[in-house]
Design a protein. Structure first.
Lengths: 278, 262
C-alpha cells in the first residue's frame, strides 16, 4: 500500500428527503459529499438534528438515500431506489449501545465471526480474548452487559465491531452517554486500537474536543438540511495523549472548528424555536 | 472490575433474606390467626377453623386425594402445554408475516375479551367427554395470554438489535434463534406465568360444573355434602398447586433467560 491514499468510502452528492404523508418532504441531507480514506479516522461533527445519523444509517444500510450515490471500494453501495443491505463490511457501533443483553461478553464478541462462519469457535475465542485484553477487558468474558459499567460496554462493543475486520467502522456518537472521565478512558482505548492496527473509521459526534482529539480529518456539517460545510485536517501527531488538549495547535483547531460550528448551532437552535412556535 | 463480595456483605445478604422469610411467615401466621378468630365467633353457621380443616385433610384417604390432585394437574398441564405449543409459534408467525397478522389479529382481538369462563356452556355442549372439555378449557384460558405476549414480545424487540445482528452478518435463521427469540423470551415467559394461573382457574371452574374428579370437584362436592372443612382443604390445595406451577415457570424462565433472571 505504501502511502497511496485509497478511498474506501465515497459519499457523492447524497440527499435525503423524508416523505411525510400530507406534507411536503423534509430535506434532511442536502448534497453531502465526503471521501473516507483507508486507515483514516474521519469525524463528522454537526449540530443535533443535522442529519449526521441519517447519513450513517444510509451507509450502514438501515435507511435509503433520495439522491446521489455511495461507493464502497469503487463499486456502488447505494443509489436511489437501491439501498445497501447491512453487512459485516461496515460494522456499526451504536449510540445507545447495541450489545445483545442476552449474551455474555465473549458470546457477544464472537457472534459476528461465528455467524458468518469466518473462523472456528476456538480461533474466534482466542482472537476475542486477545482484543478484549488490549482494551482492559480481560476478566469479564462471562459477564452479561447488564452487569458491566457503561465504559466496559462501549469498549466491548468496539471490540465486537473490529472482530470481523470490517472495511470501515461506523460509529454513531458512541460515547455520548458517558461521563467525562469514562469518556476519556474509552477514547484512549479507541485510539490505542487505532494506533496498533490500521482501521478506517467514520465517527459521528457533536463534541468538538472529541472530534479533534480522535480525528485525522473533521467534516463540519451545517444545520438541517445537512451539508458538508468545511473540512479540517488534524495533523496532530499520534499516539495522542490527553496532554495534547492544551497544545497550541489543538487550541487553534478548536477555535477554527468552534467558529465553523457555532453559526450552525445557532441556526439549528433558531430552527428549533421556529418549529416549536408553529 | 467486579469485586468479590466480602464477608460482611455476605452476612448482610443473609440477614436480609432471613428477614424476608420472617415477614413471609408472619403473613401466613397472621392469616391463620384471623381465620381462627373468625371461626371461633358464634355465627349462625359453623365456620371450620384451620385446625378442623387440617384434621379433615388428614382424615381423607390419601390415595383418592392424590388421584384428584394428579387429575387436576394433568388437565392443567396438557391444556397449558398445547396452548404454549400452538400459541408461541402462532404469535411469532403473526409477528413475522404482515399477511398472517392482517388475517388473524382482528380475530384474536375479538375473541380475547370474552372471559374464558363464558366458553364453558359451549364447551360442555361441544365436547363428547368431560375430560376433553376440561382440557379444552385449560387450553383456552392459557392460549390468549400466551399468543398476546408472544406478539408483544416480537413487536417489542428493539430495532437496534435487529440492525446489529444484520450488520454482524447473521443469516435469517441465526437472527431468529440468537437475536429475535432470546430477546422475546422474558415477555413470552411473563405470558406463560399469567397463562398458567388462568389454566388453574379454568380447571377448577370446569371441574365444579361438569367434570368428574379433580380438586375443583372435590371442593364442590364438599359443599354439596356439607363437609365444610373440606372446602378449605380444596381451596388450599388449589392455592398451593397454582403457586407451584407459577414457581416452576419462573424457574424455567430464569434458566432460559439468565441475563434477565429475577
Amino acid at each position: 500500500m505504501g502511502c497511496t491514499l485509497t478511498t474506501i468510502l465515497s459519499i457523492r452528492n447524497v440527499s435525503k428527503t423524508y416523505r411525510v404523508r400530507g406534507q411536503e418532504g423534509v430535506l434532511a441531507l442536502d448534497q453531502c459529499s465526503v471521501d473516507v480514506v483507508q486507515n483514516e479516522f474521519s469525524v463528522i461533527v454537526g449540530p443535533s438534528g443535522c442529519g449526521k445519523t441519517t447519513l450513517l444509517n444510509i451507509i450502514a444500510g438501515f435507511d435509503e438515500l433520495s439522491e446521489g450515490e455511495i461507493l464502497l471500494n469503487g463499486s456502488v453501495l447505494a443509489s436511489p431506489g437501491r439501498n445497501s443491505s447491512p453487512g459485516p463490511d461496515r460494522m456499526v457501533v451504536f449510540q445507545h449501545g447495541g450489545l445483545f443483553p442476552w449474551m455474555r461478553a465473549l458470546e457477544n464478541v464472537c457472534f459476528g465471526p461465528l455467524a458468518r462462519g469466518q473462523m472456528p469457535y476456538a480461533e474466534a475465542r482466542e482472537k476475542a480474548r486477545d482484543l478484549m485484553a488490549r482494551v482492559g477487558l480481560q476478566d469479564i468474558e462471562d459477564l452479561y452487559p447488564e452487569s458491566m459499567s457503561s465504559g466496559m460496554r462501549r469498549r466491548l462493543e468496539i471490540v465486537r465491531a473490529i472482530m470481523g475486520q470490517p472495511q470501515i467502522m461506523l460509529m454513531d456518537e458512541p460515547f455520548r452517554a458517558l461521563d467525562a472521565l469514562t469518556k476519556g478512558v474509552v477514547q484512549d482505548f479507541l485510539l490505542k486500537i487505532f494506533d496498533t492496527a490500521p482501521h478506517t473509521i467514520f465517527f459521528i459526534t457533536h463534541d468538538l474536543i472529541e472530534a479533534i482529539f480522535l480525528a485525522d480529518k473533521v467534516c463540519v456539517m451545517t444545520s438541517r438540511p445537512g451539508r458538508v460545510k468545511k473540512m479540517i485536517r488534524v495533523a496532530l501527531p499520534r499516539p495522542r495523549s490527553i496532554k495534547l488538549l492544551n497544545s497550541p495547535e489543538f487550541l487553534r483547531l478548536k477555535d477554527e472548528l468552534t467558529d465553523a460550528i457555532h453559526e450552525e448551532a445557532l441556526k439549528a437552535f433558531e430552527l428549533g424555536e421556529r418549529e416549536a412556535a408553529r | 472490575m467486579q469485586a468479590a463480595p466480602d464477608r460482611s456483605a455476605l452476612s448482610a445478604e443473609r440477614r436480609k433474606s432471613f428477614h424476608k422469610s420472617v415477614r413471609a411467615a408472619f403473613s401466613v401466621v397472621a392469616l391463620l390467626a384471623i381465620w381462627t378468630g373468625i371461626a371461633a365467633f358464634p355465627w349462625s353457621i359453623t365456620i371450620p377453623s384451620p385446625l378442623a380443616s387440617a384434621r379433615a385433610l388428614l382424615q381423607l384417604e390419601p390415595r383418592p386425594l392424590a388421584a384428584d390432585i394428579l387429575l387436576s394437574c394433568r388437565r392443567v398441564g396438557i391444556g397449558f402445554l398445547i396452548a404454549a405449543a400452538v400459541g408461541i409459534p402462532l404469535g411469532i408467525l403473526v409477528g413475522y408475516s404482515r399477511w398472517i397478522r392482517n388475517l388473524l389479529f382482528p380475530l384474536i382481538e375479538v375473541l380475547r375479551p370474552i372471559p374464558p369462563i363464558a366458553w364453558i356452556p359451549l364447551a360442555i355442549l361441544f365436547f363428547p367427554t368431560s375430560e376433553s372439555m376440561v382440557v379444552f378449557l385449560t387450553f383456552l384460558g392459557a392460549f390468549f395470554p400466551i399468543v398476546y405476549n408472544t406478539i408483544a414480545g416480537f413487536s417489542g424487540i428493539k430495532p437496534m438489535y435487529l440492525r446489529a445482528g444484520k450488520s454482524l452478518g447473521a443469516s435469517e435463521w441465526r437472527m431468529f434463534w440468537h437475536v429475535i427469540l432470546p430477546s422475546m423470551l422474558p415477555v413470552i415467559f411473563a405470558g406463560l406465568h399469567v397463562a398458567v394461573g388462568i389454566s388453574w382457574l379454568m380447571v377448577v371452574a370446569g371441574e365444579m360444573m361438569a367434570a368428574k374428579g379433580g380438586i375443583g370437584a372435590l371442593t364442590w362436592e364438599a359443599y354439596q355434602t356439607a363437609r365444610y372443612p373440606l372446602i378449605f382443604v380444596g381451596m388450599a390445595l388449589i392455592g398451593i398447586f397454582g403457586f407451584l406451577s407459577s414457581f416452576l415457570i419462573r424457574i424455567a424462565g430464569n434458566a432460559v433467560s439468565k441475563w434477565d433472571a429475577r
